[in-house]
Design a protein around this ligand. Structure first.
Ligand code: UDP
Length: 244
């Protein structure tokens, strides 16, 4: 798979369909791995944390989540097919999994959210087998691992603990977890459960989903300030060279 290197993160240059096709192939082959969906905030974090960057770059799929990454690619003159938001990838993957009766485990979010998400997803994708759920506020990692084992494992696990916790969890327990493909999907379970609304279609089409989220959750402003910082480094890299 072709990659686009943005500030040291090697994004896969794929469309949503190509990403889902490749993920399904990997699941069918039983080849373990994990999916990361970095946005500008995560790329910015990797600049300060080389261990985190290494974990991101070792993922089977590094999908550009959000328009900020696509703009960065354009500024750097690097080809990138477009954004592949984690939540869209998750939806398309579940549709395909449901056709083959595959098993999904949901890990993350506040107590009760993963169960609600499971109920909603079961209705939306009747062929999908929800193997089990576990909230994201476990005392120690072993508790979460045991929950996945007790459920009999899964083809796919949505690991929704926020970054960088979810990426470190997926990479750290890759061998131990009885899961083929783990997907780090941030706040997606809140959306699937209906506790957080996704932006209206128009905002998504105009690439203003980030703005909608900011208006709904003004407390995100601190995190979002990393976006202009990220773009400044991208522009500096374009003008003066350095790590692309
Ligand atoms: N979360 C969790 N365990 C933790 C910290 C966070 O399960 O120890 C969950 C949190 O409840 C939320 C998600 O992780 O559902 C992170 O959502 P956020 O909006 O930060 O992620 P984004 O979609 O912006 O990447």
């Amino acid at each position: 798979m072709k990659t686009a290197n943005i500030l040291g993160v090697s994004f896969h240059n794929v469309t949503l369909k190509e990403a889902v096709d490749a993920a399904m192939e990997q699941i069918r082959a039983g080849k373990k791995g994990y999916v990361v969906t970095p946005n500008p905030e995560i790329v910015y974090e990797t600049l300060q944390d080389p261990v985190f960057r290494d974990i991101v770059n070792r993922a089977s799929f590094v999908l550009p989540d959000g328009i900020g990454v696509v703009y960065a690619a354009r500024i750097l003159g690097i080809p990138l097919a477009g954004k592949v938001p984690g939540i869209d990838f998750a939806d398309a993957l579940m549709y395909r999994m449901s056709q083959e009766g595959m098993r999904l485990f949901l890990l993350g979010a506040k107590p009760g959210v993963a169960q609600q998400a499971a109920e909603n997803l079961q209705k939306k994708y009747p062929g999908l087998v929800i193997a089990g759920t576990q909230d994201g506020y476990f005392k120690d990692d072993q508790q979460a691992i045991e929950a996945v084992k007790a459920a009999g494992g899964a083809d796919v696990m949505f690991t929704c603990l926020g970054a960088p916790k979810q990426e470190k969890f997926m990479a750290g327990y890759l061998d131990e977890l009885p899961v083929t493909l783990s997907c780090g999907l941030g706040g997606s379970l809140d959306v699937f459960a209906g506790t957080v609304q996704r932006a209206p279609e128009l905002f998504i089409r105009l690439n203003l989903e980030w703005f909608y989220r900011l208006c709904k959750q003004p407390s995100r402003i601190g995190r979002m300030m990393k976006l202009p910082l990220f773009l400044l480094i991208v522009i500096k890299t374009r003008l003066f060279g350095g790590k692309k």
